[in-house]
Write a protein that binds this ligand. Structure first.
Ligand code: ATP
Ligand code: MG
Length: 399
């Protein structure tokens, strides 16, 4: 098991303890450590208040101080140190109305979502496991801390998180926990879309997503999520881990009649652009997939997106999206095409709009954009050399 990250963070816990407080590793890192999975970041939980943490450490950032979280910067790494917390009433199924800082570890782990996420571990790698989380990890089961129905009623995001963990870890969801998911799924409608997107993205990329997706359909989960609720999700097939962007593109391409604007998902413009690019590629490949158009495709959209699509053929086929004949459209061919590209972007063309206007003694207009595109295509397809005099002759011959 990989202890490196814990050993690196140990001085922080030691320092907190030296000031008379408790400190433990907690949450995902402990769970992943006990499962012998790679650990990405370490969370620390402590009896010290945020103010006390700020006095103990020289370099801190109050990233979520009102919720008890202070970032401690130590040896150029950021560590989230969160004060033991208990939560007040939940009125809107998404956030407690208030949080209280407490000095008792039990109170802190009691409010956590699943037993496997509620295990605290000290610097000697000894665990404090009040809810049998380690046994549940060994039995590969997802169980809420305390009564599932109550826990999901408090915060419906836990339903999605449970599904997300199943997808990532391949665990089973314990029967009572799943029943409560069925009862409370409608509360998902109260959640902020940002929180849903974070979990959904991880869920879709999980190794077990092909088994989790049918469960989500069973639960009618998507009926409560903006955008998704406009689509017939049972017609969408997910056979393997998939990026959120690609899933959205598949939905939009397969069901263009379903309207919904991506704006409702509050995803970044970059993500929206990716979705659009995937849709464009699907459309182009549907109409023509000869070597000529493939060259343009590789030039226009680059290797990573096309290569990713090729790796997702099973899911695309299941959704009736064809990428063209495998003899033409395959990983080796697109790599070869990419390596042979004469130019890689428009500014590589040995001419520009200004020179064309001067040569032809014409006024600009939409025709110029079209002409530049024609030049670009001709160069990409080796019908025209990327040399200014050649291009000028070609332009004169083609007006
Ligand atoms: P990952 O490895 O993906 O980061 P994680 O378990 O660390 O998984 P986080 O979202 O980072 O998940 O949350 C850290 C910890 O905070 C969880 O392990 C859990 O104990 C607690 N937690 C997070 N979200 C909730 C929630 N909605 N309700 C209760 N506890 C939660
Ligand atoms: Mg985490």
């Amino acid at each position: 098991m990989n202890k490196d990250l814990f050993l690196k963070a140990a001085p922080i816990l030691n320092q907190i303890q030296a000031h008379g407080f408790e400190a433990y590793y907690i949450g995902g890192s402990v769970r992943d450590y006990l499962m012998d999975r790679p650990i990405h970041d370490i969370d620390i939980t402590t009896s010290a208040s945020p103010d006390e943490i700020e006095t103990i450490f020289e370099h801190t950032i109050p990233i979520g101080k009102e919720h008890g979280t202070i970032n401690v910067v130590y040896q150029n790494e950021n560590y989230e140190v969160t004060t033991y917390r208990a939560e007040g009433e939940y009125k809107d199924h998404r956030r407690p109305d208030e949080v209280f800082f407490v000095r008792d570890l039990y109170k802190d782990v009691e409010r956590r979502d699943f037993t496997m996420n509620a295990i605290a571990m000290d610097t000697d790698f000894k665990i404090r496991d009040y809810f049998g989380g380690y046994e549940d990890i060994k039995q590969k089961r997802i169980v809420t801390v305390g009564p599932a129905e109550e826990r999901f009623t408090e915060d419906a995001l836990r339903i999605l998180r449970g599904l997300r963990f199943k997808s990532q870890l391949g665990f089973d969801i314990e029967a009572r926990t799943f029943k409560a998911m069925q009862h409370r799924v409608a509360d998902t409608a109260y959640l902020s879309i940002e929180r849903i997107i974070v979990e959904l993205t991880k869920l879709l990329e999980g190794k077990d997503v092909a088994h989790v997706y049918p469960l989500m359909l069973d639960l009618h989960f998507f009926d409560y999520v903006p955008f998704f609720k406009n689509y017939k999700m049972s017609q969408i097939k997910i056979c393997e881990p998939i990026s959120l962007e690609l899933m959205l593109a598949v939905m939009m391409y397969q069901q263009p009649e379903s309207h919904g604007t991506l704006k409702a998902l509050k995803i970044s413009n970059e993500m929206k652009k990716s979705v659009q690019i995937y849709c464009d590629i699907f459309e182009k490949l549907e109409t023509h997939s000869d070597k000529r158009s493939l060259r343009l495709l590789v030039y226009d959209y680059g290797l990573p997106k096309l290569s990713y699509l090729l790796s997702m053929q099973e899911t695309l086929n299941a959704n009736q999206i064809a990428l063209g004949h495998p003899l033409i459209m395959n990983q080796a061919t697109i790599k070869e095409i990419y390596n042979d590209l004469v130019i890689s972007k428009r500014s590589d063309i040995a001419i520009n709009g200004k020179i064309i206007l001067e040569t032809l003694n014409r006024k600009g207009g939409p025709w110029l954009k079209e002409m530049l595109r024609d030049i670009e295509c001709a160069i990409i397809n080796h019908e025209l050399q990327n040399e200014q005099s050649e291009i000028i002759n070609w332009v004169k011959a083609n007006v």
